[in-house]
Design a protein around this ligand. Sequence first.
Ligand code: CO
Length: 292
Amino acid sequence: MFHRTARTTLLTIFCLIFQASLLMAHGDTRPMKKGILLVAFGTSIPEAEKSFKNIDTKVKAAFPGVPVRWAYTSKIIRHKLARENKIIDSPSEALAKMMDEDFTHVAVQSLHTIPGKEYNALRTTAKAFEGLPKGMRSIIVGAPLLYSPQDVKKAVKIIAAQFPRERKPDEAIVLMGHGTEHPGNIYYPALQYYFGQMDPNIFVGTVEGSPTLDDVLTGLKKKGITKAYLIPLMSVAGDHARNDMAGDEDDSWKSILTKAGITCVPVLKGTAEYDAVADLWLDHLQTAMAHF
Ligand code: CO
């Protein structure tokens, strides 16, 4: 009795799978066409685009023959660029175009740092495009720079290897992350934990989340630090790095720390400009492409 039920169940499952594969094959005889969509928050600062060019070059070298498209998730930046006649697609615009061009398999690679608001919205958008009539058969979204616990540990080692060589052990590294009110902000305290384990003179702060600059300043004072390298923990050295971090305004990190008696050396280089860091995003894209 048991055996017969098991056999019937198995048979039913086989029939269902067979029917499903027939359905999928039915009406979609298009040959497989793979594509890559790289999605960043975006930047309106031309010098900061270096980061994206670096990623673009690496991706094209890693996947020769696979068309690569770009989109920015920030509407403010896209609109600002549009006023300068520079048209950059939103993720949904880019996916709609790829759908029209008969791409069947698209890897959407998030170039964000953490899985926050931008990344989660991107996933929702990508999901909505999957399975549309005459749409893509499969859309996979690659993880941002930091996703798994292993990503965080790996990224910490790789980012630390890029710090200025001339830095002395009693000089601090102050990293400026973006930060968010999204639960994904937790990656910044996590980074502080791992960086701190590696070197107690490395501090992580954020513009819009926690840890704050106040937290960083408290730590610097406790250690009696008199010199700090300010480094963006963002893919691009854009507006936040140039103004909020290294700007001459009274409320920039440089001004506030200088006033507290700390000599500041800003480093205007986004994380995606470092090949070793860019490779971490590339690893996530490899994982996404491996699904096809
Ligand atoms: Co911002």
